[in-house]
Design a protein around this ligand. Structure first.
Ligand SMILES: [Zn+2]
Length: 87
């Protein structure tokens, strides 16, 4: 009998907060998600994703990532801020 395993561990506390200097590794748009991927040779690699590309690869990332920091909720805040104060 095995203990219940969590499909992936949410270790988002170990990942520093995203800034708008962080860019999607695929397209260079602002990154909203960081995934920590274990490397075959040991250690981990952090991949940055925009919302679009994260969604595109989400299924795979949820499977292989050991930590995911998802800041897509800041989109909502940003949109609201943009409405009040554009620029
Ligand atoms: Zn992208």
């Amino acid at each position: 009998m095995s203990t219940a395993t969590i499909p992936f561990q949410l270790n988002a506390d170990t990942i520093p907060p995203l800034t708008h200097a962080d860019r999607c590794d695929k397209c260079g748009a602002r990154a909203l998600v960081v995934t920590t991927i274990p490397l075959t040779e040991g250690g981990t690699s952090d991949l940055m994703w925009c919302q679009h590309h994260y969604r595109q690869h989400q299924e795979l990332l949820l499977e292989i990532a050991c930590a995911i920091k998802d800041d897509t909720t800041i989109l909502v805040e940003n949109d609201r801020l943009k409405g009040e104060h554009h620029g």
